[in-house]
Design a protein around this ligand. Structure first.
Ligand code: NZQ
Ligand code: ZN
Length: 389
């Protein structure tokens, strides 16, 4: 196991009516003026936004609203939000939605006190040293942004989708998690969220670091729970207990606990981010296509971790590592298919993926070699994209 520092200062309030704590939690961190950020309309239709605004009004908290954040969020809304915050002397942000909304709020939070273009941080030209505090009301368990220090934004000019990872500054101060808010999710979003949270664990599980038994076992436990609970939320979207288990899994999958003490991989996310940037697909659906292809490549080149995953999570009994890994991938694909997830580019709606473009942008954006488990250059990433056809 490697040395590590594990600091996740986010306060979680979990359960029915969690969102009613919004004003109290904002006051706890001395925010009297807030920008409420939300998406394309689901929170208006469900009545959640109106409820949140009324909680803020009753507590005398000044608020402005920034709506219309689209999935795979882009820089113009971040710039609009930075302008609003500066004009109205906003002290903090409240993201009401999923990863796209939360990541936009985080980017605004970093940009407001910065005397330059916020993209400098995503481009690696500058490092965040201060940010407005961000609180979250989560409506979709998927990206795990409610507990992560990351924000994924696409710069429209050149179509660069970049994940900025920080240890501290972009971690939300609080996250209010009410499983009932996820009852309205369409099945394809529920399924994509499940694929995403599983991928967040796989990215940490495929690690070259030895002797991380505790972190492996925590990861395997969360994966097994997801596999057990997922069919229940698909069968009954209003099953509170199953929704609760899936919601908390999404946070644990990505708040760092499954990565402690080891080097992580993240090649599949880097590869998927190019697909969702270029083709506008749902991130989790893209991962359902990329992850099995990545694992198939690894079964041929470095099968040990895939074999362990197959035996411990998918109950494969095969003793040969390569064969075990391949059998595990088949079981993972069967599971994804049972949730209605795509497994190939064409099922994702991309008949003729431009692999050359994806590979070029991938290495332009993420470096010549990607991946912590097994180094992947352009030849290898092209092979993985082609395995996903
Ligand atoms: O926009 P609205 O109308 O709210 O609809 C959203 C959106 O269309 C809908 N939705 C959300 N909650 C709902 C709901 N519909 C009905 N009822 C509800 N309760 O779901 C759609 C997807 O929302 P989005 O926020 O895009 O989903 P997700 O949480 O999957 O976020 C995806 C984004 O997060 C990034 C992805 O790359 C992508 O840009 N990621 C962020 C990470 C992070 N910050 O740590 C890590 C992830 O790996 C990921 O890359
Ligand atoms: Zn993800």
């Amino acid at each position: 196991m490697e040395n590590f520092t594990y600091c996740t200062p986010t306060k979680y309030v979990f359960g029915r009516d969690a969102e009613s704590h919004a004003a109290e939690e904002l006051k706890n961190i001395n925010i009297g003026r807030v920008l409420v950020v939300y998406g394309g309309g689901s929170v208006i239709r469900s009545g959640l936004l109106a409820r949140v605004i009324s909680v803020l009004d009753n507590a005398g908290i000044f608020h402005r609203e920034l709506g219309g954040i689209q999935p795979n969020p882009t820089d113009p809304k971040v710039r609009e939000g930075i302008g609003m915050c500066r004009r109205d002397k906003i002290e903090g942000l409240l993201a009401v939605g999923g990863g796209s909304v939360i990541d936009t709020a985080k980017a605004i939070a970093a940009g407001v006190p910065y005397d330059g273009d916020f993209w400098d941080f995503w481009a690696g030209k500058s490092v965040i040293t201060e940010a407005l505090p961000v609180g979250v009301i989560l409506t979709i368990p998927a990206a795990g942004s409610e507990g992560s220090g990351n924000s994924v934004i696409t710069l429209l000019d050149g179509l660069h989708k970049i994940s900025l990872r920080t240890d501290y500054w972009l971690r939300p101060k609080f996250a209010l998690l009410n499983p009932e808010l996820t009852f309205t999710l369409p099945p394809e979003q529920t399924a994509a969220g499940i694929a995403d949270m599983m991928a967040h664990i796989f990215e940490r599980y495929f690690s070259p670091t030895a002797d991380v038994e505790i972190t492996d076992r925590v990861s395997e436990g969360v994966l097994k729970a997801i596999i057990e609970e997922a069919p229940k939320v698909m069968a009954d979207p209003c099953d509170y207990q199953a929704r609760a288990n899936i919601m908390w899994s999404g946070t644990l999958a990505h708040n760092g606990i499954c990565g402690t003490g080891r080097k992580e991989d993240w090649a599949s996310h880097a590869m998927e981010h190019e697909i969702s940037a270029v083709y506008g697909v749902t991130h989790g659906a893209g991962l359902a296509v990329v992850m099995p292809a990545f694992m198939t490549f690894m079964a041929a080149h470095a099968p040990a971790k895939g074999a362990q995953l197959a035996r411990r999570v998918f109950d494969v009994v095969e003793t040969d590592d390569r064969k075990a890994a391949l059998e595990g991938i088949e079981r993972l694909k069967t599971f994804f298919a049972s949730l209605g997830l795509p497994l190939t580019f064409s099922q994702l709606g991309i008949e003729n993926p431009d692999v050359e473009l994806l590979v070029r942008k991938l290495h332009e954006n993420k470096g010549e070699i990607i991946g912590g488990y097994y180094p992947l250059g352009a030849k290898e990433t092209a092979e993985i994209y082609n395995l996903a056809r």
